[in-house]
Design a protein. Structure first.
Length: 348
């Protein structure tokens, strides 16, 4: 049985080479057989192709030593088209809760979470994707409207705030998150209660392969999914504005029905077991059955925020197994954080 550590080592060894192959969109690690976790881990390849043979892969390429013995790391090929970033579309609502349409005059996505930088409710911000709140990927304090422009939102009339801070999307370098904050014109415009759930207790510092999630997004509404792979290096097609961007160590969440369609970008996955915030959706497969996300922890690390409650801030739930098990996602290192330091939008 292959361990997650062996699969992770092989993924790191092979990902760059595999992503150069035509039709390969992502490489991560997950269960060899999701229905039977006891079969161990595998390298998962997200591709247009139907088998490892059609990719020109042979078992020898994945040879590794597991527990001192020469063996091979299993490959699981998952057929998917290009992975696309979403921003799309609906009703006007005040105050604005997570999951509803927000954006700019250029389009719509989803409000992710209401967060705070302090212990009280005095400093609230709206967390979503950079490509939702800042489609120009610039430092201009772009107006945030609700609903977004694709849903009939109008500048001025439907303004709820402006772009405050963002992590710039890099066309050449590796990316780790698609995230931005909007500062409201008035804190009372933001409602921290999550639709169908209520108050979110806080966020988790990690989660594992196989974990069950749920979320509310603008287009798909309340949906459920399972973490299929983590540590996934993946290519996201942002269309004409940015082209195809490389992302490192992302999470892939799968369901049998659509969970990530246009308009769902920015929506936040919660753990089904306790409603703690876990991951931020920012892209998906063409059929919507795959959600591409990054850990909420990373956004909290980058922006220095916590989940906002009606009064005060939510808890930070430590997942200690993440320190030792590669089956769990990990926090960003100080070196990576320094490289992706968020930028402040300048109000003109």
């Amino acid at each position: 049985m292959t361990t997650f550590m062996a699969a992770l080592r092989m993924k790191r060894k092979m990902a760059a080479r595999l992503l150069q192959k035509n039709g390969v969109h992502g490489v991560g690690i997950g269960y060899r057989d999701p229905a039977n976790p006891k079969k161990g881990a595998a390298v998962i390849i997200y591709t247009d192709k139907v088998s490892s043979a059609s990719l020109g892969l042979v078992p020898a390429m994945f040879a590794a030593k597991v527990k001192g013995k020469g063996t091979g790391v299993p490959i699981r090929v998952v057929k998917t088209g290009k992975i696309r970033a979403h921003a799309d579309y609906t009703d006007r609502i005040r105050p604005v809760p997570p999951g509803y349409s927000v954006g700019t005059t250029l389009g719509s996505g989803s409000a992710g979470l209401i967060v705070t930088c302090g212990s009280g409710a005095a400093n609230r911000y709206l967390l979503s994707n950079n490509h939702v709140l800042n489609p120009g990927n610039t430092n201009s304090a772009t107006e945030t409207i609700q609903p977004g422009g694709a849903d009939g939102g109008r500048p001025g009339t439907d303004r709820i705030g402006r772009l405050y801070r963002y992590v710039k999307l890099e066309p050449i370098k590796d990316n780790f998150m698609d995230a931005a904050l909007s500062v409201p014109t008035n804190n009372r415009l933001l409602d921290p209660n999550y639709p169908t759930v209520g108050a979110i207790p806080g966020y988790v510092t990690s989660y594992r392969v196989g974990e069950q999630f749920k979320k509310v997004g603008r287009t798909t509404g309340l949906v459920n999914g399972r973490v299929e792979s983590i540590d996934t290096d993946i290519q996201i097609d942002y269309g004409d504005s940015l082209g195809v961007l490389n992302f490192k160590n992302q999470t892939v969440i799968r369901a049998t029905t659509p969970i990530s369609l246009a308009g769902d970008s920015g929506s936040v996955w919660l753990r089904s077991s306790d409603n703690y915030a876990a991951a931020v959706n920012f892209a998906g497969s063409l059929d919507g059955r795959l959600s591409i996300a990054f850990p909420v922890l990373w956004a909290m690390q980058a922006f220095g925020t916590k989940v906002a409650l009606a009064r005060g801030a939510g808890k930070v739930k430590q997942i200690r197994a993440a320190r030792t098990s590669p089956a769990y996602v990990r926090k960003l290192t100080a070196k990576t954080l320094a490289r992706i330091k968020p930028r402040k939008a300048w109000k003109t």
